[in-house]
Ligand binder design. Structure first.
Ligand code: AMP
Ligand code: GLY
Length: 419
């Protein structure tokens, strides 16, 4: 069978590479992808993620069995609805189900209605009301743009002044455009952060290994929030009881709630959680796989990925198995200056093979050769599996030391919280 992955980053590279390893898969296309992925035998399709009718035409002409949708903005734009209407299968939620991610206010309403533990909050479109709420609640407090903002629309304010300024930026200065026309202001949750993913179809769900991302740009969780600078799975210091509790108090009720609302969920559900003194609480839901979490979770899948997704789409019981031992860890290499301004076109080191995987996020062939150049904020990621977090770190950081990363940077403490 032939499959299509929609998206262009490291997440889509990992999804497509794993699909291509599946027994019955002869070809995996990625639209639009990036040149680095072709080194793994993946085929690029020069169609953007928002060109639904062209994607549909491509899928029909090429006999695509089903498509896997990577990015949140494609889901929010209703790509799955459009594919389904054209008679095509796609793994991802409908626009209405994806609202769990594209509106923080909607997600909060669902959580309150169906008793899912989350931070106390208020939603505001009026600045004076937002300011009054912040002053009443005090700091620390968290201010979030309601809509999609590439993970950058969240300010964890340590003082009332910072929070008021963030609300001012979003509501009066339009810093995030329409996404910030409403803000959700919520209680600061104290505790360890982790991500829990599930493959879902309706009330059936299959939990993936726990993962921990590193969202800040620099070592020691300093600097601006990014899309994610590195991750590892599973999180060795999170007991199974925490996962079980999260399933009972969070995953089950939210999926039941979505069905009750007529928005039955299909695809990957991503719960961003904080383990507080009162148990796990939700800081956000995403309607898709995480990036970079996908790159460290999927290498641990030991079953046939394409068959698993086919079964979930067909509402059959999938035989999903995971590596039980060791830990998989990955470090993102980004352009200096990311997440703000950065240069493109820097030469990249050779792709690694064997037990260190290179996933490409922003890479492009030079004009007249097949030399790879940087072409984005996050450029590539090295991923490996080892017995322990420190052994995995050693392998990755040894490899990175051998590479010429001039003009690029990476965090040197990925996995540090597990040590
Ligand atoms: P989000 O985009 O919602 O994942 O938020 C970005 C980051 O802000 C999260 O990864 C957390 O580290 C932090 N954050 C968001 N909401 C809260 C909260 N209620 N309490 C503490 N930290 C939070
Ligand atoms: N790694 C964070 C995200 O994908 O949103």
């Amino acid at each position: 069978m032939k499959l299509l992955v929609v998206g262009s980053g490291g997440r889509e590279h990992a999804i497509a590479k794993k699909l291509l390893e599946s027994r019955d898969v002869e070809q995996v296309f990625i639209a639009p992808g990036n040149d680095g992925m072709t080194l793994d035998g993946l085929d690029l399709v020069n169609i953007g993620i928002s060109e639904h009718s062209k994607l549909i035409e491509f899928a029909k002409e090429n006999d695509i069995a089903w498509s896997f949708i990577g990015p949140d903005d494609a889901l929010a734009a209703g790509i799955v609805d459009d594919f389904n209407q054209a008679g095509l299968k796609a793994f991802g939620p409908s626009r209405l189900a994806a609202e769990l991610e594209w509106s923080k206010d909607f997600a909060k309403e669902i959580m309150v209605k169906y008793g899912v533990p989350t931070a106390a909050y208020g939603t505001f479109s009026d600045f004076e009301e937002a300011k009054a709420y912040i002053e009443k609640q005090g700091a620390p407090i968290v201010v979030k743009a309601d809509g999609l903002a590439l993970g950058k629309g969240v300010v964890v304010a340590e003082t009332v002044e910072q929070a008021v300024e963030a609300a001012h930026d979003m509501l009066l200065d339009n810093k995030f455009g329409d996404s910030g026309a409403r803000v959700v202001i919520e209680e600061f949750l104290d505790g360890e952060e982790f991500s829990l993913f599930a493959f879902v179809n309706g009330d059936k769900f299959y939990i993936l290994p726990t993962a921990q991302d590193h969202k800040r740009a620099y070592d020691g969780d300093k600097g601006p929030n990014t899309g994610g600078m590195g991750a590892y799975a599973p999180v060795p210091h999170l007991p199974q009881s925490v996962v079980d509790q999260s399933v009972e108090t969070i995953i089950k009720p939210v999926l039941k709630g979505m069905i009750a609302e007529g928005r039955s969920y299909l695809g990957v559900l991503y719960a961003g959680l904080i383990l507080t003194a009162d148990g796990p609480k939700v800081i956000e839901f995403n309607s898709r796989f995480g990036d970079p979490e996908t790159q460290i979770i999927l290498p641990r899948l030991t079953s046939d990925f394409a068959q698993n997704i086919t079964d979930i789409l067909d509402k059959k019981e999938p035989a999903i198995t995971w590596l039980n031992e060791g830990v998989t860890l990955g470090v993102v290499v980004a352009s200096e200056g990311y997440p703000l301004d950065y240069e493109k076109g820097l030469p990249l080191p050779e792709k690694t093979d064997g037990d260190i995987i290179t996933y490409y996020a922003g890479a492009k062939f030079a004009e007249n050769s097949r030399a790879l150049l940087s072409n984005g904020g996050r450029v590539y990621m090295l991923v490996t599996t080892a017995d322990t977090v420190s052994a995995a770190q050693e392998k990755i950081y040894d490899q990175l030391k051998k590479q010429d990363t001039t003009g690029l940077f990476y965090r040197r403490d990925i996995g540090g919280k597990a040590l």
